[in-house]
Write a protein that binds this ligand. Structure first.
Ligand code: HEC
Length: 309
């Protein structure tokens, strides 16, 4: 009985040996599982999940290394066995071609140099001879694969239209981009405040501002901005500053103790911008019955004009 057979017989008789091997590997795997199980209850489950995943990967790699190492050892044992077997018969052991050599031969189907005579063709062009080699199988397989790919491609893109062509892909990307732009705009609108506001000159938005002014503000400021309960909005005198930012702030927060309502609960930020912009278009107009100036004159562009409110 050879050593290898003895080893195999031993393993068959004593499965405990295998169990011990598995037993050594198992705690590592169990550790990985524990880590991923506890992650759900943690404060930062994501971090723990990644840690757990990393551990599992590490454990997997370790198991693989151990398995490969074991395989190598078994191979060495088998080889030793074979060598000694041959020696018993008075022969020397010759190793067969490696996996890579066999694979290479199979893929190229090359005729060895010393056997080239068998495939040498008859003709001779000024000393140039031709070998009747087969097509290399690797090339043939690629060729077949390209045919299969072409069929799949044709069906998917041109017959059943399941996948988008370049033109459609481009359109899809445009659609996604415009959706994103829309979302960005919405975000910008919601974040619109007295610091970021800018005077609008868009006609529809000014019309919206006029509409709001006549509906909600004209009672106190007069439809032409000449003033009433509230101050004249057509002159350059302002109690709370005359920049778009000042107006936005006054309209948004109001001056409750003086009878000017805070409009932030009623008007959207864009509405406040629109009505403030509309008020600025009334600058310099002559209302029917203007109220006397109140506050300080505001000069557009001059710094430090904002008076306290
Ligand atoms: C109930 C009456 C009333 C209504 C309605 C009203 N306001 Fe006023 N508003 C006032 C009063 C009063 C003041 C002066 C506050 C002060 O003396 O500080 C004022 C001040 C202002 C000012 C600041 C003027 C300055 O000189 O700095 C602006 C701008 C203004 N209002 C815009 C509006 C807009 C826009 C609306 C409609 C959305 C509106 N108001 C609706 C009563 C009103």
């Amino acid at each position: 009985m050879t050593h290898l057979n003895r080893l195999l017989a031993l393993l068959k008789k004593k499965p405990k040996t295998w169990l011990t091997l598995f037993g050594l590997l198992m705690p590592a795997v169990g550790f990985g599982q524990d880590a991923s199980a506890s992650s759900a209850t943690s404060d930062s489950p994501e971090l723990l999940l990644y840690t757990a995943m990393a551990l599992v990967v590490i454990v997997a790699v370790l198991v693989l290394v151990v398995a490969l190492y074991t395989l190598t050892i078994i191979k060495v044992i088998i080889r030793k066995e074979k060598v000694s077997e041959r020696a018993d018969q008075g022969l020397t052991y010759e190793e067969g071609p490696s996996f890579w050599t066999r694979f290479n031969q199979k893929m190229t189907d090359a005729v060895p140099l010393e056997k080239e005579d068998a495939v040498l063709l008859d003709h001779n062009y000024d000393g140039i001879r031709e070998l009747d080699n087969h097509l290399p199988p690797w090339w043939k397989y690629m060729f077949y694969l390209s045919i299969v790919f072409a069929v799949v491609y044709l069906l998917a893109y041109h017959v059943f239209d399941t996948l988008p062509l370049q033109e459609e892909e481009y359109q899809n990307e445009l659609a996604v981009a415009s959706e994103e732009a829309e979302a960005r705009k919405l975000l910008a609108v919601n974040e619109l405040d007295e610091n970021s506001v800018e005077t609008t000159t868009v006609e529809a938005e000014l019309a919206n501002g006029k509409n709001i002014f006549e509906k909600s503000c004209a009672v106190c400021h007069a439809a032409d901005g000449g003033g009433g309960v509230g101050p004249n909005l057509t002159d350059v005198y302002w109690l709370h500053g005359g920049s778009i930012n000042d107006l936005f702030k006054t309209i948004k927060y109001g001056v409750p103790q003086k009878g000017m309502i805070a409009w932030q609960a009623t008007l959207k930020p864009t509405d406040i911008r629109d009505v403030a912009s509309y008020i600025l278009t009334m600058q310099g107009t002559t209302p029917a019955s203007p109220k006397e100036p109140q506050g300080d004159p505001y000069e557009p562009g001059a710094a430090g004009q904002e008076s306290g409110n």
